[in-house]
Design a protein around this ligand. Sequence first.
Ligand SMILES: *Cc1c(COP(=O)(O)O)cnc(C)c1O
Length: 515
Amino acid sequence: MSMNNQGRPTGTGTSGFASTSGSSLLPNEPLLFEIGDTQHSGVDLPDATIDDAFLGGFKRKSPLDLAGLTEPEAMRHYVRLSRLNYSIDSGMYPLGSCTMKHNPRLNEKMARLPGFADIHPLQPVSTVGGALELMNELAHWLMTLTNTAAVALTPKAGAHGEMCGMMAIRAAHAAYGQEHRTVVLVPDSAHGTNPATAAFLGYTVKSIPANANGTVDAAAVKAALGPDVAALMLTNPNTCGLFEPEIIEIAAAVHEAGAYFYCDGANFNAIMGVVRPGDLGIDAMHINLHKTFSTPHGGGGPGAGPVVLSKALAPFAPVPFVKQGEGHLTLAEHPEGEHLGRITAFNGQMGMYVRALTYMLSHGGDGLAQAAKDAVLNANYVKARLSAEFTAPFADEPCMHEALFDDHFLEGTGVTTLDFAKAMIDEGFHPMTMYFPLVVHGAMLIEPTESESRQTLDHFCDVMLELAADAKAGNAARFTAAPTRAPRRRLDETRAARQPRLTWQRPEDLPRAAE
Ligand SMILES: *Cc1c(COP(=O)(O)O)cnc(C)c1O
C-alpha cells in the first residue's frame, strides 16, 4: 500500500456527514476512522527506498490502520467536537464542590513561555533553575496560605493528593510503631474520594454521622476515636457548604487520641487568605490547583493536587522536593530519612504550577482573600434569591462558597432533581451538582464562584426561579422530556458505565467481537 494518496477520493467514506458548510452542529460526529480511511494519507511522502534489512526484522506485518485525513479534515473534526462541549469559557458552570472558576488568560500566556513550556523532565537539574525557583515560590505561597511546614507538589489530582497525604500518615504511624491503627474516620457527608482513599490504602472506614445542622459534632468524633484510629478525614468548608464550627475541638481530640487530622481542602476557595488550615490543627490537606487556583479543569487540562503537611508529617513527604543547594536550588531526589519515595514518575504538572503561581501573584495576598470573600458573597446571593422558590436544608445558616438545596420544593410535581438539572441544559446552563452530598435528599449544590458578575448571577437566578415555578405549576413534561435542545437526549448512563466501547474496531471485526 502506498502512502502517497493525499486525501480521499470524493464521495467515499462520508455518508451521513453533512457538515461541509461548517455551520451545523452534528450530534453524530463520526469518528476519525469513519471520516478518513486507512488507504489514504493527509501528506505526500516519497516512497520508502530503504530495504527490509535496514529495519532489522521489525518491518510491519500488518497494515498501520491509521485513518488518513487532510489537515483541514482533522482540524474540523476536533473543532466540531469542541463545539458540542459545554465549558467555563462558554457559560456559567455552577457545579458544586468543583470550583469551576474562570481560567485567566494571563495564566495561559505565562505557561506558554518557552522557558517553562519547552523544558523536559529528564533535562539536567542544573539547566532548569528557573523552574525550580517557580516551584519553590509556589510551595512558599501554599505553605504561607495554610500555615504548614511542608508541601508535596507532585500529586496530580485531589484524589491523588489525598492518597499522598494518607500515605504520609501511614508512614508516620509505622515510624512510631503504631501499625495497629487501621481505622480511618470519615463523615458521611464526605466526598467519595475520602473513603475510597482510605480503603485503597487498606484502612477500615468508619462513618461519622452529620448532625441536624449539616456539620460534624466534636462529641461524635470523640465517641469514635480509639487506639485503633489512624486518622480523621474531614472536609472544611464541608460539602454542605458550611464551615465546621467545632473543627478546633475536633483537631485537638484527634491529636489527643494519637491520630492525625487529614483535611480535604478541595473547598479552599471559600477561605483562602482568610483562614489558615494549619491554625485549625490540620496535619495534611490537599489543595486542588485546578479548583482554587484557576488552572484548567476537566477536559481543559490535567489537575494538580499538592498536599501541605504539618511539622509532624513533614519528614514523611514524598520525593522529589525543591531544596536549597550550594548557592542555588536543587531537587532532593534521594534524601535520608523516612520519606515515601516517589508518587509520580517525574516532578508533577509544571504547566499547572506556572498557572497557579501566576494566579496567586496577579491577585496578591489581599486579592486572594477578596476572591474568597466574593465567592462566599456570590453563593449567599444565589442562596437568598433562590430561596423564594427552592427549599434549603440548612436555611438559617449563611453558606460559604456554595448554596445547597434539597428537592422538598419539588414534592408532588412529578419532577426530580435529575429532571430539573436536564431542564437547565435546555436553558443554556451547565447543571449544578446533583444528589451530593448524600446526606441531603435530592441535593442540588450550586457553586457560582467569584468569577460571575451580578448580571450573570441574576440571569441564572431568574432562569432557576422560572423553572421552579413552572415545575410547581404542573408542567412536568418540560422537565421529564429535557434536554430537547442539547446535541444528545438522555443517555443510558448505567450502560455507558458498565459496557463502555472505548476503542474503534474495524467494521469487519465487529461481528467477531460480538460473539
Ligand atoms: C474535587 C474534589 C475532590 C477530588 O479532587 P480531584 O482533583 O477531582 O481528584 C475531593 N474532595 C472534594 C470535596 C472535591 O470537591
